[in-house]
Design a protein around this ligand. Structure first.
Ligand code: NOJ
Length: 562
């Protein structure tokens, strides 16, 4: 078979598992692979086609697995390679595929490559990383790290600095070195030969750096220079990915998704080009950026619905027919969507359902992050001690010690945007620790697990869970969801998000209120209203002439088959 023909991933729905927080089988407080196996029937019932497994490799644990010290071994807290093989086998027997997280912009500083590169300047591994002399008694350039502080760490042993765009335990790998690239390709083949179904590629847009590593722009008052223009979508990125595709990806019937932070529409057309010469699809970040103010996501900024619609429509129309898109509100780095975009109080249930409808009827491959399907919300933080994530803790000190923001304001902003919101344990039931563990959980539970949990929703046709089931089913059944064109309606309406999907045989009208109030919506002529495929209220919306009256957070999907 020509691997490019299959493209099964265009009709698939992906479920992301953050293993540490999913299900703990041995009561050590940390989720594990046998725990995942025990929940495969749940995922089958939900209807998803693919699991994206966040890293389960041996790691130094500075960034919850995104600092890999052995790419071919399973971390003991998650189980054994036998457990992994069993997971793959059982998932496949249920028709569920598994994609792995590929974290190769950087390794851990405990990876053998780095240990040897640090120990011995003449080792072949030295050039697997970016080792440079300092400049003017300081680091080689002005770049700041994503996790605060400089992007360089000094090593007294060799008298040089090494580059780390993330934590100092995550040294950047040097993709200019062909031996390093070959090692990575070898490791990828090893997993693919085992039978995994693809990769989600961590910050893959960062792997090509501008030679010479010059200073980045530093606006007045900035603590560090921005590495973005010199390291994101860099000069050789497409050459590297085409090589990877030629040597590895094109030989297997798999899916790949690039975490392409900083991607533009034009770049995405290259990364996820319809000719499949690089990756199957990309994650763009533009909608997450709506909270950014003064260059930081640690803000109080509310999301503007018209802006959100403009961005989503731009990606729908911009990639149509040219490249493939991914659809997501949540992942392990983002706050919970019902708290960020919806109303996690009075309209918790309605808004969680509306978010599902609004996203899942678009073009692209949808991703559901564990717990999203039951409307899990942001959690409660009572002080800095409640934060475990390196990004939040480092940002707290950087912002408060440099008097950029008062402590209470920073805590409020961390509570709103912090990644720990996504990492509280999965809420399975209302028993102790929400059925996640019989031990002491590694991170505190969200206190609302007694009311928001799987047991309460699974089997209830009016639940958020059932809405997700319905959305997945519709995607599997209706070609228009995969292939239809997209037309945004009423772009300046700041109370609802509505659009049309259309092929020459089918038409969908999706109307979603994003408001706590009643609102009206002007129906265009010739919209398909024949059949309602989904509505999140018991009675359907009232239509008078061309005016549709919507209740708070109401969503409806109308269908016409031609
Ligand atoms: C992106 C991952 O999603 C995030 O969790 C991680 O901290 C960074 N890349 C570094 O690997």
């Amino acid at each position: 078979m020509n691997m490019k023909d299959s493209q099964w991933w265009k009709k698939a729905v992906v479920y992301q598992i953050y293993p540490r927080s999913f299900c703990d089988s041995n009561n050590d407080g940390i989720g594990d692979i046998p725990g995942i196996i025990s929940k495969l029937d749940y995922l089958k019932d939900l209807g998803v086609d693919v699991i994206w497994l966040s890293p389960v490799y041996v790691s130094s644990g500075d960034d919850n697995g995104y600092d890999v010290s052995d790419y071919r071994a399973i971390a003991p807290e998650f189980g054994t390679m036998n457990d992994f093989d069993e997971l793959l086998l059982e998932a496949h027997s249920l028709g569920i595929r598994i994609i792995m997280d590929l974290v190769v912009n950087h390794s851990s500083d405990e990876h053998e490559w780095f240990v040897r590169s640090k120990m011995d300047k003449s080792s072949r591994y030295r050039d697997f990383y970016f080792w440079r002399d300092g400049k003017n008694n300081g680091p080689p350039n002005n770049w700041g790290s994503v996790f605060s502080g400089p992007a360089w760490e000094y090593d007294t042993g060799s008298g040089q600095y090494y580059l780390h765009l993330f934590s100092k335990k995550q040294p950047d790998l040097n993709w200019e070195n062909k031996d390093l690239r070959d090692e990575v390709y070898d490791m990828m083949r090893w997993w693919l030969d085992k039978g995994v179904d693809g990769f989600r590629m961590d910050v893959i847009s960062f792997i090509s750096k501008v030679p010479g590593l010059p200073d980045g722009p530093a606006p007045q008052g900035a603590l560090y220079g921005d590495f973005g223009p010199l390291s994101v979508n860099g000069p050789r990125i497409h050459e590297f990915l085409k090589e990877m595709n030629r040597e590895v990806l094109s030989k297997y019937d798999i899916m790949t998704v690039g975490e392409t932070a900083g991607v533009t529409l034009d770049e995405a057309k290259a990364y996820a080009c319809a000719d499949l010469s690089e990756l199957s699809m990309v994650f763009h970040f533009e909608h997450n950026g709506l909270v950014v103010e003064n260059g930081t996501k640690w803000s109080d900024k509310r999301i503007d619905l018209c802006e959100l619609k403009r961005i989503m429509a731009k990606w729908q129309n911009g990639l149509a027919g040219k490249a493939w898109n991914s659809l997501y509100w949540e992942n392990h780095d983002q706050p919970r969507s019902v708290s960020r975009y919806g109303n996690d109080g009075e309209y918790w249930e309605k808004s969680a359902k509306t978010l599902a409808v609004c996203l899942h009827m678009m073009q692209g491959t949808p991703y559901i992050y564990q717990g999203q399907e039951i409307g899990m919300t942001n959690t409660v933080f009572n002080g800095l001690d409640d934060f475990l994530d390196i990004e939040s803790i480092n940002a707290y000190y950087e912002f408060t010690e440099n008097n950029l923001v008062p402590e209470d304001v920073m805590l409020r902003r961390l509570s709103k945007e912090g990644r720990d919101n996504a990492r509280t344990p999965m809420q399975w039931d209302d028993s102790g620790n929400a059925g996640f563990t019989g031990g002491e959980p590694w991170i505190k539970l969200n206190p609302n697990y007694k009311s928001i949990n799987v047991r309460k929703q699974r089997g209830d046709i009016n639940s958020i869970f059932s809405t997700y089931q319905a959305m997945i089913r519709l995607r599997h059944e209706l070609d228009v969801i995969t292939n239809g064109s997209f037309t945004l309606l009423d772009p300046d309406n700041n109370k609802n998000f509505s659009y049309i999907r259309e092929t020459d045989r089918e038409k969908l009208l999706v109307v979603c209120s994003f408001s706590d109030e009643n609102s009206t919506f002007d129906l265009p002529d010739d919209v398909p209203k024949d059949r309602i495929l989904y509505c999140n209220y018991e009675s359907e919306p009232f239509i008078s002439g061309s005016e549709l009256s919507l209740k708070p957070w109401e969503s409806v999907v109308y269908y016409t088959g031609l």
